[in-house]
Design a protein around this ligand. Structure first.
Ligand code: ADP
Ligand code: MG
Length: 382
């Protein structure tokens, strides 16, 4: 089993009362990137030896900061950027050197890239014309595609007569109408306002599931990646930093980059002093050292995985939790949550508590007990 297949199988495993997971056979993998590399003419390596497998019908999110190589990867899959090195397998075909229009790929850009002088129907039919599909069949397919994106009857409008969200759905219909083997989406929601973005997230995911279409979705937005995707590939500097289910990426980041990019984390200098033991300042805490040897390291603890109690007299020693006495340096009210900056011996922690919970009544200068579980203290080598 490949890594991704294990990944997806193990997620099924985790579901209570689930039947034993059907192992993904190699046959289920539909898109394979092998050593995919892009060096631009100026010598810059934007994508560096990317390897990943995506099973048929699954939605892969490529997540990473601006400039990490997401668009370059997508454009290589689509055939809009030449491949410097490596292979792109769709089913059994290596398409890395195939002309774009022969790859059977649907592509949606961030900027909808609709032709303004054409009607919605003409925009959608454009790819069908190019593929030599008859006018008669095209009409039926365009109507079907418009229904798919919940815009039936909009065919005669011009793009400028539609909202941003509707234009993006037209772009999606245009990509789907050719019945592509793979759908590629490059930050399709970035130009929409927050509320519409939430709706489109759900809508794109529903269409993708209904059609069972193998999809790669590029985003710099971790919420989009975590909420929409079956599997997430986190990219950093042209390389894959981690590939896993949303839960794995968030709960078990394999490196400090992923821990910090996906969700927020307090990152603290520490020193590994033994198996599953790390020292911050003078105090030894329990954690997961993942087989790292003794020495300088970084610990990451999510702000909402630390609880606060006013119980200053409680014994600090326990196997189940870590405890540290701290003093509040700053209280920031952020609506749903309250954020506390708390100095413990050797570090400052940011801690977030839901406003509604009992813990939000602390003030500047209060001393209290900070507690977190060993599994919530993730330790990474420097
Ligand atoms: N035509 C080009 N020539 C040289 N460098 C480029 C070119 N296009 C993009 N890059 C660089 O490649 C890197 C990756 O770009 P891109 O794939 O667009 O990143 P992302 O989509 O993750 O923001 C960036 O540093 C970008 O400046
Ligand atoms: Mg991009």
């Amino acid at each position: 089993m490949g890594k991704l297949m294990q990944t997806l199988a193990s997620r099924d495993d985790a579901r209570p009362n689930a039947l034993p997971p059907a192992a993904f056979e190699a046959d289920d993998v539909f898109l394979r990137l092998r050593g995919l590399t892009k060096r631009y003419d100026n010598g810059f390596v934007a994508v560096d030896n990317l390897n990943l497998d995506l099973p048929k019908g699954k939605l892969l999110g490529l997540l990473g900061p601006s400039g990490c190589g997401k668009t370059t990867t997508l454009r290589m899959i689509a055939g809009l950027n030449s491949v410097t090195d490596g292979n792109i397998l769709i089913g059994d075909d290596d398409v890395a050197r195939t002309a774009p229009h022969k790859r059977d790929i649907g592509l949606v850009f961030q900027s909808y890239a609709l032709f303004p002088h054409m009607t919605v129907a003409e925009n959608i039919a454009f790819g069908l014309d190019m593929r030599g599909i008859s006018k008669h069949e095209a009409r039926g397919r365009v109507e079907e595609a418009l229904e798919m994106v919940r815009l039936p009857g909009y065919g005669n409008r011009k793009p400028k007569e539609m909202s941003g969200g509707q234009q993006q759905r037209v772009a999606l219909a245009r990509a789907l109408v050719i019945r592509p083997r793979i759908l590629l989406l490059d930050e399709p929601l970035s130009n929409l306002d927050a509320k519409l973005r939430d709706e489109m997230r759900i809508e794109i995911r529903e269409i993708q599931k209904r059609l069972s279409i193998t999809t790669v979705f590029v985003t710099h937005d971790q919420v989009e990646a975590l909420t929409m995707c079956d599997v997430v590939g986190v990219m950093n500097g042209g390389k894959l930093a981690q590939l896993g289910t949303p839960e794995e990426i968030y709960e078990k980041p394999e490196n400090l980059f992923v821990a910090q990019f996906v969700g927020r984390a307090n990152v603290i200098d520490c020193e590994i002093v033994g198996k599953d033991q790390a020292k911050i300042g003078p105090t030894v805490y329990r954690c997961d050292t993942k087989g790292l040897s003794s020495g300088a390291a970084k610990a990451a603890i999510r702000p909402h995985r630390i609880s606060l109690t006013p119980d200053r007299d409680r014994a600090l020693v326990s196997n189940a939790t870590n405890s540290a006495r701290g003093r509040i340096n700053r209280v920031t009210y952020i609506g749903d949550i309250v954020q506390y900056d708390i100095a413990i011996d050797g570090a400052t922690l940011k801690i977030e508590v839901p406003t509604a919970s009992a813990g939000h009544g602390f003030g500047d200068g209060d001393t209290l007990l900070c507690e977190w579980k060993p599994q919530d203290m993730l330790v990474f080598g420097r």
